[in-house]
Write a protein that binds this ligand. Structure first.
Ligand code: NI
Ligand code: MN
Length: 215
């Protein structure tokens, strides 16, 4: 499995030749061309997360998995979609996923209600990966840690709209993950951080900060 960072909260996870996209907002990677995309996951309706999901779904045929209302919105725009609620595993050809709570808001850029925002827990090749979406620090992370025991956590650190570095460090402890990938920072002025401070604080609690360069 390869986890490629596409900037902001976007990732391309490759497992045995299959690619899975999460929150494909691709302003940081103008030369990125999706290939062998099997599934697309979108945490909420904000444009910096829905990104190019609908276009990529149309061009590749890969369905978008999202909360029911957002999935319906994507279907209305001509994408394939899989609408789910929070709280039960969904099996895919490459692994399984469960939608978990995120504490944020969710609407589309044309003002439509997009259901509740979510995070995702992926189980791929025996590795458990948590993508938090946009969220504040919240006690559900203790539940996610206890129930799913993530190995890797992708956490927003930019502040203003989400958790900041300090709360991401607390989240890392609650989640119990050993590798922490920061996201949702430095894309805009409002979420500028000194990422070396994240690395220092994550090391201080005995975990591995995985600051990915943008592929
Ligand atoms: Ni958002
Ligand atoms: Mn966002």
């Amino acid at each position: 499995m390869n986890i490629n960072y596409l900037g902001h909260s976007a990732f391309d996870i490759e497992t045995k030749g299959k690619h899975i996209l999460i929150d494909p907002f691709l302003v940081s990677v103008p030369n990125y061309r999706p290939e062998n995309v099997y599934n697309i996951f979108v945490t909420h309706g904000h444009s910096d997360h829905l990104g190019s999901a609908i276009e990529i779904s149309k061009s590749t045929g890969a369905p978008i998995t999202a909360v029911f209302e957002l999935a319906n919105y994507c279907a209305e725009k001509g994408a394939k979609s899989i609408g789910l609620g929070l709280g039960s595993w969904k099996e895919y050809s490459w692994g399984k996923v469960i939608l978990v709570p995120a504490f944020h808001s969710s609407s589309t850029s044309d003002g439509k209600y997009a259901g509740c925002p979510c995070g995702f827990v992926f189980d791929i090749e025996g590795q458990v990966i948590y993508h938090a979406g946009d969220t504040c620090l919240n006690s559900e992370m203790k539940v996610i840690g206890e129930l799913y025991r993530p190995d890797i956590a992708m956490l927003p650190v930019g502040g203003t709209y989400t958790m900041d570095i300090e709360h991401a460090v607390t989240a890392s402890e609650w989640l119990g993950a050993s590798e922490i990938i920061p996201m949702h920072y430095n894309t805009f002025d409002a979420i500028k951080v000194d990422i070396s401070e994240f690395e220092r604080q994550i090391r201080e609690i005995g975990k591995i900060p995985v600051v990915k360069s943008i592929d």
